[in-house]
Design a binder for this molecule. Structure first.
Ligand code: PAF
Length: 299
């Protein structure tokens, strides 16, 4: 089956919500499924994996590139956030992406915009403590993107595990008709989780940032050897991260899945070990699911 919205070899760039609605309606009317990868651009291999997954799942792949102002607070890196649309477009096309949704902030948030989306129990913890604007902004923009793109599947990287859980809960709560798919973290050769923000690090900071993945491996090994005490696991992880002089820990926590409640005492079922650690200007995230039944399984 074909749709005139997706016949060209180069990706079609859509720049307004109204046009995105029309294109999505046309694709659905042709009986085709839509796989959606929302991003803020500056694509790396992790994003390309998400595009590959979307392509596997659906007939038409739509990538959004939108640096969403509402998920940044005034003192954060919105202006400095790395951008390179032409490079992103070429990379996305090489992965078979048919449509790039690249709206302007004005078309997304015109004067008079009001609607907020919040899930307080999940957005005020972990990254939400130091970045209170972040997840309400993410939930708001994802709701808008999902409404315009009308995807059957939306693919998210699990490096932002809290984001994945927040979006999944929002989709459930608001009866949105799509499936949220999580893809395991994509790592550099030395184990550092890929992130658009890795470019902010100096070479010395970049070298030391490997402690994050090393600390995760130490926790996984301890659990495999029978350790179940949450406090001892956290001490092990924090202690290893502290061996890197450049590391400035924002949080290292163990939380329940999917509700993100605090976990104390013995861990008995799969839990999230999550961390945010600053290395100079880069605030890096990493995580793992401890006591996971199937290693590397999509959540
Ligand atoms: O993960 C991201 O890049 C962003 O938070 C997202 C999901 C595209 C929303 O702006």
């Amino acid at each position: 089956m074909e749709s005139s919205a997706v016949t060209s070899a180069s990706a079609r760039v859509v720049t307004t919500p109204a046009e995105m609605h029309r294109v999505a309606d046309e694709i659905r009317a042709a009986g085709l499924t839509i796989g959606f990868v929302p991003t803020m651009g500056y694509l790396h291999d992790g994003h390309l994996q998400l595009l590959r997954k979307a392509r596997e799942l659906a007939d038409v792949v739509i990538l959004s590139i939108f640096v969403n102002p509402t998920q940044f607070s005034a003192n954060e890196d919105l202006g400095a956030y790395p951008r390179d649309f032409e490079r992103d477009k070429a990379l996305a096309e090489a992965e078979g992406t048919q449509i790039i949704y690249n709206p302007s902030p004005e078309s997304m948030y015109p004067e008079g915009f009001q609607t907020q989306v919040n899930l307080p129990g999940m957005t005020n913890v972990l990254c939400g403590v130091s970045r209170p604007h972040h997840f309400p902004g993410v939930a708001q923009v994802c709701a808008k993107l999902f409404n315009a793109v009308k995807p059957h599947f939306a693919v998210f990287g699990l490096k932002d595990f809290q984001q994945y859980l927040v979006v999944t809960q929002m989709v459930k709560d608001l009866d949105m008709d799509l499936k949220v798919v999580g893809i395991p973290i994509v790592r550099e050769k030395d184990g550092l989780a890929m992130s658009s923000r890795n470019v902010y690090m100096t070479p010395a900071e970049r070298e030391q940032a490997v402690v994050l993945n090393q600390s995760i491996k130490l926790a996984e090994k301890a659990v495999a050897e029978g350790e179940r005490d949450a406090a001892r696991l956290l001490d092990l992880v924090r202690g290893h991260i502290a061996t890197a002089p450049a590391a400035d820990i924002d949080y290292v926590e163990i939380r329940s899945i999917p509700g993100l409640a605090t976990v104390e005492g013995r861990i008995e079922k799969p839990v999230l070990l999550a961390m945010a650690v600053k290395f100079g200007k880069a605030r890096l995230l990493d995580n793992t699911v401890l006591l996971r039944e199937q290693p590397n399984a999509n959540v």
